[in-house]
Design a protein around this ligand. Structure first.
Ligand code: HAM
Length: 436
């Protein structure tokens, strides 16, 4: 009983009208990645489980599709691309030309709780730069992410980048007395700022051994917006001032790259993944009604952890789900584009033989052409031509067959002209068929 089957929850079917959206996004992704000089790569969708448990962060690990394969290996469907990238680069680190600028568009799998903008599979553009420690690379990446949004039609009133720096945060937290070995746990709490009540956050921080002053300082820090406010608060603490200077230099590059108007400094952003070490950022719809469109940052120790290679690295992931929602909200998604070049209509057995031959000649010349598989009345065939969005109908009726000709009709104007059968392709190529 085939009708009993449905797709799994959180997994999508891409009917042609849905695929149009996916193709639109991947086209923009590829185009911008190319403009920034990135090369495309891919890896396997299934990896050893430990690749993720080692450093991905709790949330993602809880969401893993994991199982034991028939050889007894613990494996998982990839929930993100970064560990695979680190593994691949680690394996060839010496041979690869640096800096590495790579991009990929993997389908990823996470067993998420059902919520808007979160599915159990999604496509995610990943752009990563490996081998550059300087913040100039951080600026380059955020510029690429923002340029993708611009290419999709969004402006600075519709999409915002929120930037923070884990080194700045670490310096401030160190200054207010948070021990180094608690930093990661504190980031975990900060990451939930938007999602949890203040008293609950305070409780969690207290549970990590922070005293009341430190808790107050942490929450105050995360409320910091803008580099001026940051300087006013912590500019006189030397260890923090150093990290602010770096962030300032980053902002200068961001300005030179022409995307400063999209960028806000926001110390409440830490990112959920455990491997980030420096500047981190997320892109959000300006109204903050949806989830993050994109997230990424610097992860300077991950390559060492999974690839045994000490190399600076940074990157971002941008998913198709939220981006498509945002573009839909602003009316920026393309319409379904059907449309073929030619519909070859025929009558009678001899007409059909010629139709097949003409269709093949058109296809070999690069035009799209279809014909009826089952002969119907000419009127019905022309109706199909219209429904398929055909630009031209090539008509092979009894009279045309008789004298070895074809009628070429513009579907938009109805204008017709008659050409010799062997000249059909030429007539189209010359573009002298008036079809507007
Ligand atoms: P992430 O923040 O987990 O980062 O995911 C990046 C983006 O992928 C999110 O902002 C969101 O648009 C999309 N996304 C994530 N999970 C889902 C889901 N369940 N359904 C729909 N969309 C989703 C990473 O994955 C990092 N590995 C990115 C990165 C690359 N960092 C450095 N390089």
């Amino acid at each position: 009983m085939m009708t009993d089957f449905q797709g799994l929850p959180g997994f999508r079917d891409f009917y042609p009208e849905d695929f149009v959206v996916r193709a639109h996004l991947t086209r923009i992704w590829r185009d911008v990645a190319r403009r920034y000089g990135f090369e495309e790569y891919d890896g396997p969708p299934l990896e050893e489980l430990e690749l993720y448990t080692r450093k991905s962060g709790e949330e993602i690990v809880e969401q893993l599709y994991e199982f034991e394969d028939k050889g007894g290996r613990r494996v998982a469907l990839r929930p993100e691309m970064t560990p695979t990238l680190a593994r691949m680069v680690g394996a060839r680190a010496r041979a690869l030309r640096k800096p590495i600028r790579w991009y990929s568009i993997p389908q990823l799998f996470r067993y998420e709780r059902k919520q808007r903008g979160r599915l159990r599979e999604h496509f995610q553009l990943n752009m990563d730069i490996i081998g550059v420690a300087d913040v100039i690379a951080d600026a380059e990446l955020i510029a690429a992410a923002i340029d993708i949004c611009r290419a999709a039609g969004l402006d600075a009133s519709q999409i915002r980048a929120r930037v923070s720096d884990r080194r700045v945060l670490a310096a401030i937290l160190g200054h207010v007395g948070v021990p180094d070995d608690r930093l990661e746990a504190v980031y975990g709490v900060i990451d939930r700022l938007d999602r949890e009540r203040r008293d609950r956050l305070e409780e969690k921080l207290a549970g990590l051994g922070l005293d009341a002053d430190a808790i107050e300082a942490v929450l105050e820090t995360t409320a910091t917006r803008g580099i001026e406010e940051l300087r006013a608060r912590y500019g006189d603490v030397p260890a923090v001032a150093e990290t602010i200077d770096e962030l300032d230099r980053y902002l200068e590059h961001v300005d030179d790259l022409g995307v400063a108007e999209f960028v806000d400094i926001d110390l409440s952003v830490v990112r959920g993944l455990a491997y980030y070490t420096g500047i981190v950022f997320e892109l959000w719809d300006a109204r903050r009604e949806l989830r993050a469109v994109c997230g990424g940052g610097r992860y300077d120790s991950l390559l060492d952890l999974v690839g045994g290679i000490d190399m600076p690295a940074l990157g971002f992931g941008m998913g198709d789900v939220v981006l498509a929602e945002l573009l839909a909200d602003h009316g920026l998604l393309p319409d379904r584009q059907t449309g073929i070049d030619c519909f070859v209509a025929y009558i009678g057995p001899e007409g059909r033989r010629r139709a097949l031959r003409v269709a093949q000649r058109l296809r070999r010349a690069g035009h799209s052409a279809v014909y009826d598989f089952r002969e119907r009345r000419l009127g019905s065939q022309l109706k199909s031509a219209d429904q398929l969005g055909a630009r031209l109908a090539i008509i092979l009726g009894p009279q045309e067959v008789e004298v070895g000709q074809a009628r070429i009709r513009s579907m938009s104007s109805g204008d017709e002209r008659v050409v010799a059968l062997e000249d059909v392709v030429e007539a189209l190529n010359e573009g002298d068929t008036k079809d507007e």
